[in-house]
Each structure stands twice: as C-alpha cells, then as structure tokens.
Design a binder for this molecule. Structure first.
Ligand code: C2O
Ligand code: CU
Length: 579
C-alpha cells in the first residue's frame, strides 16, 4: 500500500470509528441494546485499526502521523478506556452505557477534526480546543442523559473545559506569525541586457476564439489562444512589450521555467505591479537557455491562464535540425486544445515533439507507432536518454517534455489522455494500458554537483482551516499556514539549498519554484538514479516525499508555489527570498 492510499484509508477508518461510537451511543441512549453493542464493537475495531495505520504512517514519515500520535493517540486511548469496559461487560440497562460511548465518539471526532482541519505541525492550540470540545460535549450529554455527576466533578470538568477552550483559542489564533511579504516598486529603467535582437508585442484582451468546434469567450494575447509563439535562438536578447487592452484583473508575463532576473519574472505584488487596462510593461532578457518553455499571466493566474492568457516560448540551440512540433495542451473553458493536426513527415526525418502542459492538472502523453527518446524535460537536456516504446509519460501542470525520434515510414500518433492531437497518418493506437515512464530512473547518472547543503527547508503540503482572513476558508496549506501567512524562506547568494516537499494531502501538487531549476535528489527516500533531472515543476503525489536541491544564484524575491493554480490561489504559495 502506498503512503497515499494509506492516508486515504486512515481517513476512512477515522470516520468509521467516530461514526460508530456516536451511533452506538445514540442507540444505547434509545435503549437499543443489540444495535448499540454491535455498532460500538465495530467502532472499537476501527479505533484499533486506526492505531495500526497511524504506526504505518509514522514509519513513512513523522509528518504524516504527528498529530495522530500526539493529539489523536491520547484521545483514542481515552475513548477505548471509557467505552471498552461497557462493551465487555454491558450494564443491564444499556442506557447506562450511553455517556461512555458518546464520549468515545466525541473523542474520535475531535481527533478526526484535528487531522482534517489542522494537521502538521502539531501545536497546542488545536489540541486544547479538541480537549475542550470533548469536555463540553460530554458535560452536556451527562446533563441530559444523567446520572448526575457530583458537584465537585462537574465544577472540575467545567474548569478544565474552559481553561482548554481559552488557551486553545489563544494559541490557535497566535499560530503562524509569518512576516508578511512587502515589496517596494521603485520606478526603474528597462534593465540593460544589450540591444534587443527579437522584439514582440503581446496585447491582452477579451476575444472570441475557436475551441472544440465552437466559438468561446476567452482572454487572449493578440486575439489568439494560445498567444503568439515566441521563438528565439540562444544568445538573442528578447524585448517583449506587454499591453493590456481590457483585462480588468490586470496582466503580467511570467516566463515559466525561464530563470530570468527577478525584475523580469512577472509576479504582481512581488516583482512588479499588475499591468492594468491601458497600461504597458516592457520585458527584456537574454535568451541564454535553449529549450521548451511557456509564458503566462501571473495576475489572477488561475482565472487568467484558464481563460487563455498563455503561449509558447521556445529557445533554439544554434543549429536546430529536422521537424519541430509544438504541442501546448490546454483546457480552454472546458474545451481541450489543440485540435488534431495531421502532418506528413518524410521517413527518416528527425522529429522533436515539444510537449507542454499548460493546465492545472497532470496529463498523460503516449506516442504510438515509433520508439522515441526523451531528449529534455523542463528545458534541460537529459543525459544518454535511451529509446523507449509503448510507454506513456505523465507531464505535471506547467511541465514540458521533448520527445525525439526519426520518422518511420509508417504513421505515428501522439495521444493525450486518449485523444489524438497530432499524427503523421491514420493509426489506430490503443495506449491506455501502457506503463508510465519514471523519469527518476531514465538515462545515465552523473555525479552530483554538490555533496553538502548549506540550508534545508521542509514544506509539508496539506489542507487546513485558515482563520486569518476576513472569512474562514478551507485553505491549501504549507506547514499549516496559507498565503500570505507562510513564512518566506530566506537564503544567501551562493548557498546550496535542499528542499524537502512532503504531500500529506489526498491531491497531487505540482511544485514550482520560480527563478531556479532544482536537481531531484530522491523520492520517498529512494535516490534518483537516472540522468540528472533539473526541473522547474514536479508532481508530488499524495504521500510522496521529494528531496530536491538548487544553487541560490539568482537573487531576488521568488514565488514558490503549487502549479495547480486553484491551489496556489487557495493558499499554497510562499516565497523564496535572498538575505
Ligand atoms: Cu507557471 Cu508562478 O507559475
Ligand atoms: Cu496543489
């Protein structure tokens, strides 16, 4: 069982345990002896099973089980100690067992809420609130279902509950304490990177564009989705003028995966102000990395990208060869792009497919009809990529894979999530059952460039209740906090930084650090053995732990976020900053 499925299983068990004790208690209160004993016995089993899953999760990593052990453990123990004797020796009148069974139900519910609403890291506030909740609920139950406790007992219970409630609320509200992200935007000159050799103008505006055989209302650069393809050759100096015609939410250009200087990175509120209707902004940077990239607005990025404000950026090496096919996959207002194109390619011609996932979720790509190699991932060439066939690749949100092959005489087809998007002829390919390539074991290893790390950060990804804003929200969290309350990670120029990303949620999080490429060290404790993987976006699946490292060589304040853009919006965004 993977840690991801263990997390899900543990959650189901916890719900069953809580519901079982509460149901058993209710049945006991109603005098339903058989039902009460049967359901409560089930709850006891679920509680014991929960102890087992908790131990297994702790073995996968303390992050996965900390609160279950420190807060949930004592609550479950109290539940079992109070309720189990009533099960083993049921009272003649089952109603006498109701309070104990309900108490167990409250305790298990409180433990479940601590996991679902709070999670990692463990803190005293939620623990005390949980105890207070259990105490209050039990006191009320006692009042209504009697026997009346002695005045001393009830006074003590009230005191403990109140104390826990007050301290818990205080501690829960005080948690976090991140320094807010402040930025000054001094008016600045366009940075001098030399005379531009390639000039583009991108004008953002509302438009009606064809998608999926109909016209849809979109937001577009120069009236088209995707926006114009920006191509350059290594050594070019790009100058891109961004104009906003009428996008009220503002626009910017972020060069996804391109490690530009910080003031060119296009993150509103961090590296520049959003470009509002009627305004413009000029980006200038040197194209010094060849490869497949893309650009997109970073202003209201979830909505903006979904509506169509994105395009392709390809930087060619000095001598490109053969046929090149660029496939940016996108879901535009529910319609998958691009439409199928068929292209004749002469046998023996070298072909490079530049696959780009501009959506917020993973896509599965399968190339049928030919063996192929994965020449590059996220713009970086792989070392000694071997030919593979009948193998699919999963590209994370924001990620890019370059597949290369020599065109055979027979047809070839590229299938994305079961849909043919590009082919060289008619081919009936069934690719659904193909195995998926693991990039961590693909290609030839090379010695790591670093053997020690100057700094280490751990990011634990989860969901949790965020009470910091105007309205409480169920946020996507990092280390128990949500944007803008996640502390920035501070590094110094020249340091080698290790980043550990732990996913204790039930969703995939495509992690994306701006301004740097990270080298993958390990996943779930198993070192990467293939070609060095320099990524800007990687999927951290439920229960996974990734270790990556990067050289802090690009000073500034950088966004570091989940590229499932609704998640980024819902709190899963923090910043990397240089001291
Ligand atoms: Cu492609 Cu901050 O994102
Ligand atoms: Cu996410």
């Amino acid at each position: 069982m993977t840690t991801g499925s263990l997390l899900a299983f543990d959650l189901v068990i916890a719900v069953l345990a809580a519901a079982g004790w509460l149901g058993g208690g209710a049945a006991a209160a109603a005098g339903q002896r058989r039902v009460a004993l049967g359901v409560a016995a089930g709850a006891l089993l679920a509680t014991l099973a929960g102890a087992v899953t908790t131990v297994l999760l702790a073995r996968a990593g303390w992050w996965f089980a900390a609160e279950k052990i420190i807060i949930g453990g004592p609550l479950a123990l109290a539940a079992v100690l109070a309720a189990a004797p009533r099960l083993l020796r049921p009272p003649a009148d089952i109603r006498a067992a109701a309070v104990a069974l309900l108490f167990a139900g409250y305790a298990e519910t409180a433990a479940l809420l601590v996991t679902v609403l709070h999670g990692y890291p463990v803190s005293a506030g939620p623990a005390l609130l949980a105890v207070a909740g259990v105490g209050a609920a039990t006191a009320l139950t006692w009042r209504f279902l009697g026997p009346r406790p002695s005045p001393a007992v009830s006074r003590a219970a009230v005191a403990v509950t109140l104390a826990a409630l007050v301290t818990g609320t205080g501690l829960a509200a005080a948690r976090g304490g991140a320094q807010a992200v402040h930025h000054a935007h001094e008016p600045r000159d366009v940075p001098s990177v030399g005379e531009p050799t390639k000039r583009f103008t991108l004008t953002a505006g509302t438009a009606v564009v064809p998608a999926g055989g109909r016209d849809v209302a979109a937001w577009a650069f120069n009236g088209q989705v995707p926006g114009p393809q920006l191509t350059a050759t290594v050594g070019d100096v790009l100058e891109v003028t961004l104009r906003n015609q009428n996008i009220q939410r503002g626009v910017t250009l972020h060069w996804h995966g391109y490690d530009v200087p910080n003031d060119q990175d296009g993150v509103p509120g961090v590296t520049q102000e959003a470009v509002l209707p009627g305004q413009e902004f000029v980006y200038r940077f040197r194209a010094d990395q060849a490869g497949t990239y893309w650009y997109h607005t970073h202003s209201a990025s979830d909505l903006g990208v979904r509506m169509g404000l994105y395009g392709v950026l390809v930087v060619h090496p000095a001598r490109p060869a053969g046929v090149e096919v660029i496939v940016p996959v996108h879901t535009l207002v529910g319609h998958p792009l691009p439409a199928h194109t068929e292209q004749r390619v002469g046998a023996g011609t070298p072909v490079r497919l530049r696959l780009i996932n501009t959506d917020s979720t993973t896509h599965r790509y399968a190339l049928a009809g030919t063996p192929f190699r994965i020449a590059a991932i996220d713009g970086s060439d792989l070392r000694a990529p071997s030919p593979v066939a009948e193998t699919a690749v999963l590209i994370p949100a924001g990620g890019r894979y370059d597949l290369v092959f020599d065109a055979p005489a027979s047809p070839v087809a590229l299938v994305v999530d079961g849909r043919v998007v590009w082919s060289t002829g008619a081919l009936d390919a069934t690719t659904a059952r193909w195995p998926v390539l693991d990039p961590l074991t693909y290609g030839d290893a090379a010695p790591r460039p670093w053997s020690r790390y100057d700094r280490e950060f751990t990011l634990v990804l989860d969901r949790g209740l965020d009470l910091k804003g105007w309205l409480p929200r169920y946020a996507q969290t990092v280390n128990g906090a949500a944007d803008p309350d996640i502390p920035s990670q501070v590094v110094r120029t020249g340091e080698i930084v290790k980043l550990r990303i732990v996913n204790r949620s039930l969703e995939v999080h495509p992690w994306h650090l701006h301004g740097h490429h990270v080298l993958v060290l390990s996943r779930d404790g198993t070192p990467a053995t293939g070609s060095p993987l320099w990524l800007d976006t990687f999927d951290v699946r439920p229960g996974e732990v990734w270790e990556v490292a990067f050289a802090a060589d690009n000073p500034g304040m950088w966004a570091n976020h989940c590229h499932n853009l609704p998640h980024a919006d819902a709190g899963m965004t923090l910043h990397l900053t240089y001291a």
